[in-house]
Design a protein around this ligand. Structure first.
Ligand code: CUA
Length: 336
């Protein structure tokens, strides 16, 4: 086989592998900016396709001209072009200045006037409810002003309702991004940024911290759970209740060891807000900001060896027996 054929085969293999990697990013995990599920993300998606279309046209046009020029140079006997300076100058002005200026100004106006306006923070009084989201290394605290409910890594919202999200941070800069619902907002120390969340249909939409914030930045994800308004009201009522009384050994252990110096369980003496509120931890879909699921086995693994599950997380490894960890996990599993 000639050198050329080997090189061609290698190139094709690399392109195929690259396409495979790209396509794997298209998995529907609820976090796809091209699967818009709200009017805001729809506007962003349409803008993205238009930008891709225009950029592709320019790229392919430039490639076609290069190939055309290369072909002319290799073909003998064609009439010579480019000797008329005035024509050359007009081509340079048209393709090098006029067309790019028109395209860039049009895209700038569409993006900055139409799309940014449509996806901007909601005007005061234009929303039905406010939710506070506080970014922490590396998890999300979610509060519902006017209600006792405090949760972590899950923002529940009612469908077809404009929700005003006020984002702040407890430490460094984070960025809240739920691609299927809206663009991202940065959570900046000393500032409160706002964003509109709106979902047309019930569903679970995945979000991700979009600003590098340290070792576990990649494991700082969250879910937005959109529920029919009646279901949402029921959820908010449940979430606002304190934990039920219990005589479990795990409860005594939780309250007498380091657990209670970082976490709160409403209805008990544990009131710290350093780590997530655990009052209804068993009803959540994940642990440690979507790092693991929330089964008994996963919970046990997380509390007994947190630095293995999520290295660098603020959760320390406790010096307890497996029996004690199991008792705490059993108790936490009752917190529905
Ligand atoms: Cu928080 Cu990246």
């Amino acid at each position: 086989m000639t050198k050329w054929k080997t090189a061609l085969r290698r190139t094709l293999a690399i392109v195929a592998a690259g396409c495979g990697v790209l396509v794997s990013g298209c998995a529907d995990n609820g976090q796809n900016a091209l699967h818009s599920k709200s009017p805001q993300s729809h506007d962003i998606e349409v803008l993205w396709w238009w930008m891709l279309g225009v950029a592709s046209l320019v790229f392919l046009g430039a490639c076609a001209m290069l190939i055309f020029g290369w072909w002319r140079r290799r073909t003998a006997g064609l009439p010579v072009v480019g000797e008329d300076e005035a024509v050359n100058m007009r081509l340079v002005v048209a393709f090098g200045i006029a067309i790019p200026v028109v395209i860039l100004i049009t895209l700038f106006l569409v993006a900055n006037v139409a799309v940014i306006g449509a996806t901007a923070a909601p005007k005061p009084g234009s929303t039905k409810m406010t939710i506070r989201v506080i970014g922490h290394d590396w998890w999300w605290e979610v509060r519902y002003p006017g209600h006792a409910a405090v949760t972590a890594n899950e923002i529940h919202i009612p469908t077809r309702t404009r929700v005003n999200v006020v984002g702040t941070t407890g430490d460094v800069i984070h960025s809240l991004w739920v691609p299927e619902l809206n663009r991202k907002i940065d959570l900046i120390p000393g500032r409160a940024n706002r964003e509109l969340l709106y979902a047309d249909h019930p569903g679970v939409y995945r979000g991700q911290c979009a600003e590098f914030c340290g070792l576990q930045h990649a494991h700082m994800s969250l879910y937005v759970v959109a529920q029919e308004p009646a279901q949402f009201e029921a959820w908010l009522r449940d979430e606002s209740r304190p934990a039920l009384p219990s005589t479990a050994r795990g409860r005594q252990l939780f309250l007498s060891t380091t657990c209670s110096s970082c976490h709160a369980i409403r209805g008990t003496s544990a009131k710290s807000d350093i780590g997530p509120d655990l009052t209804h931890v068993a009803s959540r879909m994940s642990l440690a900001a979507l790092t693991t699921g929330n089964s008994l086995a996963e919970l046990l693994r997380w509390i007994s060896d947190p630095q293995h599950v999520k290295p660098g997380a603020k959760m320390p490894a406790l010096d307890l027996s497996q029996d004690d960890f199991r008792a705490i996990a059993d108790y936490l599993r009752t917190l529905k």
